[in-house]
Ligand binder design. Structure first.
Ligand code: FES
Length: 169
């Protein structure tokens, strides 16, 4: 059996044994690894406001005239729907507020219908039947020179639909 070589001294010189050094190195590596994994998970779960041009940042949805009044348009790159009403625009995250499935708009039913557990939302994202606990979340809409931009870094939860949620257009 090989004896562990102790390189520490008892005079308080601060030296470590090989075993202590390896333990410290292992714990440090594990800490770095878990930190990186944690950051990756957070980025996945929450849109980052720092991302530009794609989901998680400002997403270009199109020219205002591309959104017919009364219609729902899916902007897949931004993971949201746009509803244009007589008054303006509403951008709704396509993520179900129950457990996060992507919710399709079903033209024939004239409503959103989640395929996972059956939640149904109306055209402005209000829950018609659960288990979804609240309406579809909103993203802020910005109109610039007739272009529609949506800030997917800042989802807004709401208890109900209110006309003030519509961005005038
Ligand atoms: S995830 Fe949509 S109803 Fe459960």
């Amino acid at each position: 059996m090989q004896e562990e070589k102790v390189v520490s001294s008892e005079d308080g010189g601060g030296r470590l044994s090989r075993r202590s050094f390896l333990n410290l190195a292992f714990v440090s590596s594990l800490t770095v690894l878990l930190s990186q994994w944690g950051v990756a998970v957070l980025r996945f779960l929450k849109p980052s406001a720092s991302a530009k041009g794609g989901y998680g940042g400002m997403v270009y949805a199109g020219k205002i005239e591309e959104f017919p009044i009364g219609e729902i348009t899916h902007v897949l790159a931004g993971r949201f729907y746009i509803l244009r009403t007589e008054k303006g625009l509403l951008a709704m995250w396509h993520r179900c507020t129950h457990l996060g499935c992507a919710v399709p708009w079903v033209d024939d039913e004239d409503r959103f219908h989640c395929p996972c557990h059956g939640s149904i939302y109306n055209k402005v994202g209000e829950v018609l039947s659960g288990p979804a606990p609240r309406p579809l979340d909103l993203f802020p809409v910005v109109l610039k020179d007739g272009e529609v931009w949506v800030d997917t870094g800042n989802p807004i939860q709401r208890a109900r639909f209110e006309p003030t949620q519509i961005t005038p257009a």
